[in-house]
Design a protein around this ligand. Structure first.
Ligand SMILES: Cc1ncc(COP(=O)(O)O)c(C=O)c1O
Length: 399
């Protein structure tokens, strides 16, 4: 019997990711694929230390069904984090979620219907792209450059769509340490975006999952910090600051969405685990998490440097890459005539795996990019991975 899948699940089965993640687990394979923290990044001892007393001292905050917006202590902790990102946000406007993917899903569910138009960046985060591809949306790509989403093209696209009677509901974008492109929105564009949303009566969905993992002196203030129109729906996450397995993320929503959220969220998945939120809140006591983030930055910065140095040393001429100021990735551009399907086969033969760039575009078409992730492997493994990839590239470029 053939299982009768929904369009959504069928769409998901067409995604290439599963095959890549299986290949990454083969013995001897060096993986520059998944965006996950290095093992020593987890606050293991601190979590062991605080969890028992947290449960004993206030079981009522943990065991019953919770408020749809999440625990107040965790929302206060998020307000503190938002201040570090330049935005003064009240806990009343914060909604706790099971990671920022869940926040994104909820926010999109609340504003988008089949047939609606959503603007996305090209390239964009494949976790969101894959999950919404089969929703029946009209997805419109706007390119990015080194300064993030190209606001002049965005404006033109919005004007053109409006002239055709199409009114996009939202623009989904990343402001900091873009996944996959590892670029930052310029300050000028951050300031400009809320005004564009106001002019064209749409929302900006700002995905800022890597914020605070900043290795150089750059402006990482959220677009939300410049949002005088209440047009920015902000998505944040503790996945990279604490642990992805905790599933603690958040959204910042305008006053008028809060009551609707509190009605809608329980109907979706009842709510997010309270123990994890309370642990995250407790990690903020005496600013412990701020010190921990500084240690994370040290670990990621040295991995980033190892990757960039190895790319400099081993990559053939005509290959370029973005230099991450934070986050987990570098976006490599190879010459147009390199066949990406053939390259990945050669790379797998050399026992190194990365994500092929076309996954991050709407139509999966051929693009001359690779996403390399340096967050998990140790520095020597990163260098070896780049060496193997460079050898594969040289072999392909010689064909
Ligand atoms: C840009 C971006 N947004 C959202 C997420 C999802 O994060 P979370 O674990 O908070 O759901 C990721 C995860 O890698 C990401 O890269």
């Amino acid at each position: 019997m053939k299982f009768r899948y929904s369009n959504w699940a069928s769409g998901m089965l067409k995604s290439n990711i599963a095959g890549f993640l299986t290949a990454a687990k083969e013995p001897g394979m060096l993986s520059l694929c998944p965006g996950v923290p290095f093992p020593a990044a987890y606050p293991t001892e601190k979590v062991v230390e605080i969890t028992g007393s947290l449960i004993e001292s206030n079981p009522e905050a943990i065991f019953p069904y919770g408020h749809p917006q999440g625990t107040l202590r965790c929302r206060e902790a998020v307000a503190y984090r938002m201040k570090k990102r330049g935005a003064d946000i009240k806990p009343e406007n914060i909604v706790m979620t099971a990671g920022s993917q869940n926040a994104c899903d909820m926010v999109m569910r609340m504003i988008l219907d089949p047939g609606d138009t959503l603007i996305i960046e090209a390239p964009t985060f494949l976790g969101v792209l894959d999950s919404i591809k089969s929703w029946g949306l009209n997805l419109v790509e706007v390119p990015i450059d080194n300064d993030g989403i190209m606001t002049d093209v965005l404006r033109e696209k919005l004007s053109q769509l409006h002239s055709e009677g199409i009114r996009p509901k939202a623009v989904y974008l990343m402001s900091n340490y873009h996944n996959p492109a590892s670029i930052m929105l310029s300050t000028e564009r951050r300031k400009e975006l809320p005004g564009i949303a106001e002019e064209f009566d749409c929302y900006i969905i700002e995905d800022d999952a890597y914020s605070e993992l900043q290795y150089d002196d750059v402006d990482q203030r959220a677009v939300k910090a410049y949002d005088t129109y209440d047009r920015v729906l902000y998505l944040g996450s503790f996945s990279k600051l604490v642990s992805p397995g905790f599933r603690v993320g958040w959204g910042v929503v305008p006053d008028e969405l809060v009551d609707t959220w509190n009605i809608c969220r329980p109907m979706f998945d009842v709510g997010s685990p309270q123990l994890n939120q309370e642990i995250v809140a407790e990690l903020h006591r005496d600013n412990w998490l701020d010190g921990h983030i500084q240690k994370l930055i040290g670990g990621y910065r040295s991995r980033r440097d190892a990757l960039l140095d190895a790319l400099d040393e081993y990559m053939p001429d005509d290959v370029t890459w973005t230099k991450a100021h934070g986050g987990f990735y570098s976006w490599v551009t190879v010459p147009d005539n390199v066949d990406l399907d053939s390259l990945i086969k050669t790379a797998l033969k050399n026992k190194v795996i990365y994500f092929t760039g076309n996954f991050f575009y709407l139509d999966n078409r051929h693009h001359n990019h690779l996403r390399l992730c340096y967050s998990r492997p140790d520095e020597d493994v990163i260098v070896e991975g780049v060496k193997r990839l460079a050898a594969a590239l040289k072999e392909e470029m010689a064909k």
